[in-house]
Design a protein around this ligand. Sequence first.
Ligand SMILES: CC(=O)N[C@H]1[C@@H](OP(=O)(O)OP(=O)(O)OC[C@H]2O[C@@H](n3ccc(=O)[nH]c3=O)[C@H](O)[C@@H]2O)O[C@H](CO)[C@@H](O)[C@@H]1O
Ligand SMILES: C=C(OP(=O)(O)O)C(=O)O
Length: 517
Amino acid sequence: MTDVDTLPTTAAPLREVGALIRGARQGKGLTQSQLAERVGTSQSAINRIEQGGQNMSLDLLSRISAALDSEIVTFGDSRKNSHLRVQGGAKLHGSIEVKSSKNGAVALLCAALMNRGTTRLHRVARIVEVDRIIDVLRSLGVQVTWSADGNDVEIKVPETLKLDAIDEEAGRRTRSVLMFLGPLLGRFTQFELPYAGGCDLGTRTVEPHLIALRPFGLEVEAGAGWYHATVSPKSGEQITVILTERGDTVTENAIMAAAVRDGVTVIRNASPNYMVQDLCFYLQLLGIEVEGIGSTTLRITGKSRVEADVDYWPGEDPVEAMSLLTAGIVTNSEITVTRVPIEFMEIELATLSEMGLKYTITPEYLAKNERTRLVDVTVHPSELRAPIDKIHPMPFPGLNIDNLPFFAVIAACATGETLIHDWVYEGRAIHLTDLTRLGANVKLRDPHRLDITGPTHWSGAEVSCPPALRPAVVILLAMLAAKGTSVLRNVDIIARGYEQLQERLISLGASIESFRD
Ligand SMILES: CC(=O)N[C@H]1[C@@H](OP(=O)(O)OP(=O)(O)OC[C@H]2O[C@@H](n3ccc(=O)[nH]c3=O)[C@H](O)[C@@H]2O)O[C@H](CO)[C@@H](O)[C@@H]1O
Ligand SMILES: C=C(OP(=O)(O)O)C(=O)O
């Protein structure tokens, strides 16, 4: 192991790093080709790296480290928790692009299990949630390969899946593993999945998933940390599924269960949200008929065997768009956020407009998937006021449930009292009271409702990162607004859903450095 500040660019240190990689690879009993496959590059590139003949990006180096389960080069000691130090109060400037969504990516990775051909997903966000699902897929024997530039991922599913070898630990760390239920019920009459995990947002039941999948013949018993699934396949007949909750992943599970059976399925009370639309567009490429995309009733004509080589570009992330716009709003800056999926941000922008935000948007253009409509949004310094009515989320087309937390920090910048009502999550609003540490006036009426009175005279402070993705980012953004130095401790959770957020905020002029204990 070696400690360096920058990647070596001269031959001698490169040879040293190459030798370390060769040693770690041999220690793991891997051939160069096997390592190349895990990293998503070619055997010849690994050979050159080991000879010290190739410069490496930090990204490639971290992928090699992850593939070898060994830290080749460290920047400090990664076993210690990582933290951020923020010098706040400065204006941001410039332009920043929205990446593709976490929630689209995980749904599509699970859906790729249905395809016996090759699925190539392009411009996939390099985030921990994606890595976890990929780890689970690989443990089943699925070949998942990143392109050399780290942007695209290719998925090839073998004829036989090694269900007994499932990576239990990775599975337990993501709720998305639940979305294996739908694809797997097309292939097995019995299987087991580890209990799903995720952020600390209070209880999130799996019951709606079980209700949704029962009409397809799925019965699940939960015990000893595992879901034990039994399937009595229903082929041919038309099935109607009524969802008891208009949830995103439950809708996706029902869609995938419908896609893997011969016959017609009608799904009512379906979520028409962005990740569900991504999944439907992908299924259409696979030759599955999906009618009603974007509405609450879907009619799907599935196929018990799908074998197609397809390329798909997951849509842009409305929650990342909201996060980046919030960075500009709370620092009272002028910044442009490009590739904003406008269909999924209209209510947020309308609400912000009511709060006095000045912004301009470009004409619409199409995303690479040729379906999602995008715009560039420029926010301008504005005098914000509290809205007259409470701010609350709704399933799409309402204000996005994951975007609600950002309104807490925006409300704290606005003059007057705002009521934020997070009726959806049992425990998320509580995390937002951490804004008081930075000077905000936030009162918790009950676990779902916050009264926020602004404007806030933000001041830097040290805060422990909330154990939930969006509240964590909200606190970070408040630190950008707060004059002086702030420290956000234990920030690893942010990488679950954001790719290089710190670096990208720095590119807008933010002053953030990371450090370990
Ligand atoms: C991988 C993925 O796509 N995750 C998203 C998905 O999670 P996911 O679909 O897993 O969300 P859940 O099913 O856990 O629903 C979230 C919460 O909302 C409640 N609920 C939901 C719908 C409804 O009509 N009524 C209702 O009460 C549920 O009981 C639960 O408490 O949707 C959530 C809510 O938009 C988002 O925060 C997550 O980012
Ligand atoms: C709650 C979230 O996601 P997940 O369903 O992955 O926990 C989120 O993205 O804010």
